[in-house]
Design a protein around this ligand. Structure first.
Ligand code: FNR
Length: 380
């Protein structure tokens, strides 16, 4: 009998061959609450599904007969050197996946010398995360992700100040959550708990009217960003806008002097039918390609393969964010699970580079992907 498929429990990490194995295995052991929170996405899951599909639409144009003994994956990101061209995307409440929560992700980021963008909704105190980074040798790169609170500008200023004083190296402002998307699995779970407890609330999503879900500022506008930047200070490190989903907003961010734009539809958790980051990147290449020389570009959503990461780099991304797989990794085995996700992706990137005929990331360009798609944009 097949030893792996006959198991009911989690696969040992050594039998996980890719990120899908890690997800499948983690979902066997996580609580329903954790699975629901991590996997859930908005409405009909159209963006969630499309995120993965869009990566698969792009094909490669490899070059052969090149010496590919070397395959250097070093990447320069926001003024720092990262060993690999991907990073851990911000995800709140990592303790839901593993008791060590964000500490496991900090340890993994340091061990692998990659950036980790820590969520403003970390389940571990930020001071403890920075202390942990130092304890384990100080490598890695920690960025802070900010949600602008609806409690007002002073609360936001305080969060920014404290992130800056702790020594986070960059500020990522998430701009795609004026309200929280309608994540039906989350709502079903809460409603079932309420129902079982005999509470029949009108709004299963907590305080306020259901259409204004969440704790974020729904008045946040371009002009508010200046007080946030001012509080962070000009010499505290780069500032990036996370959640850009159109060429117009990308251009606006570049014109306003932001250091980076992070193309993302929040892993399909916010606006359903929002474009994948790859679609937005293609839109930028078509309508305002000049901004690719002005700002660094981050993308995420549905990235599950080294080939996805290489495709993004060919299209002009600086680095690629990976979200849920890191939660699944730590759910399976804390920092070891995080390391396994990094190792699988890095092996896949290296093999992809060699098969494409590239020995360093600077050699990846649009000529290495199928030009029909570049010209016509993605098939619908
Ligand atoms: C997120 N995401 C997110 N984004 C953010 O800016 N701040 C946050 O606190 C969170 N929290 C969060 C929790 C969980 C459980 C998930 C799955 C996602 C979005 C995240 O940064 C990223 O954009 C997506 O997760 C990328 O998609 P994949 O890789 O999960 O498909």
């Amino acid at each position: 009998k097949d030893p792996a498929s006959s198991q009911e429990g989690p696969l040992p990490l050594s039998l996980c061959m890719n990120l899908d194995d890690i997800e499948m295995s983690a979902c066997r052991i996580m609580s329903r609450r954790a699975v629901t929170f991590i996997t859930s996405a908005a409405d009909s899951l159209a963006s969630l599904t499309q995120n993965r599909k869009d990566w698969s639409k792009l094909t490669f144009r490899p070059r052969v007969l090149r010496d590919v003994t070397r395959a250097d994956m070093t990447c320069h990101v926001l003024g720092k050197k990262s060993r690999l061209p991907f990073f851990i995307a911000p995800m709140g409440m990592a303790k839901i996946a593993n008791d060590e929560g964000e500490l496991a992700l900090v340890r993994g980021a340091v061990a692998n010398d990659i950036p980790y963008c820590v969520s403003g909704y970390s389940s571990i105190r930020h001071a403890d995360l920075i202390a942990c980074q130092k304890e384990v040798g100080g490598g890695g790169i920690l960025w802070y992700q900010l949600y602008v609170s609806k409690s007002g500008c002073e609360t936001t200023r305080q969060m920014v100040r404290s992130a800056r004083d702790l020594g986070y190296e960059a500020l990522f402002i998430t701009v795609d959550v004026p309200v929280v998307g309608k994540r039906e699995e989350d709502e079903r779970y809460k409603a079932e708990l309420d129902y079982a407890a005999g509470h029949f609330s009108q709004s299963s999503s907590g305080e306020g009217a259901p259409v204004l879900r969440g704790m974020h500022s729904y008045t946040l506008s371009w002009s508010d960003l200046s007080y946030i930047r001012e509080e962070w200070g000009p010499s505290s490190g780069p500032v990036v806008l996370k959640g850009i989903q159109s060429a117009e907003d990308a251009k606006m961010a570049a014109d306003l002097g932001f250091d980076g734009i992070y193309l993302s539809n929040h892993g399909g958790r916010q606006l359903d039918y929002a474009p994948s980051s790859m679609k937005t990147l293609l839109e930028i290449r078509r309508f305002c390609p000049e901004i690719l020389d002005k700002v660094q570009v981050f993308v995420d959503g549905g990235v599950r393969r080294g080939t996805d990461i290489v495709k993004a780099l060919c299209l002009g991304a600086t680095a690629v964010g990976v979200g849920r797989p890191f939660n699944y990794g730590i759910a399976l085995n804390g920092v070891e699970g995080c390391n396994k996700v990094v190792q699988l992706l890095s092996d896949e990137i290296q093999t992809t580079m060699r098969l494409l005929g590239a020995t360093e990331l600077g050699q990846l360009g649009p000529e290495m992907v199928n030009s029909t798609i570049l010209e016509n944009r993605l098939p619908q």
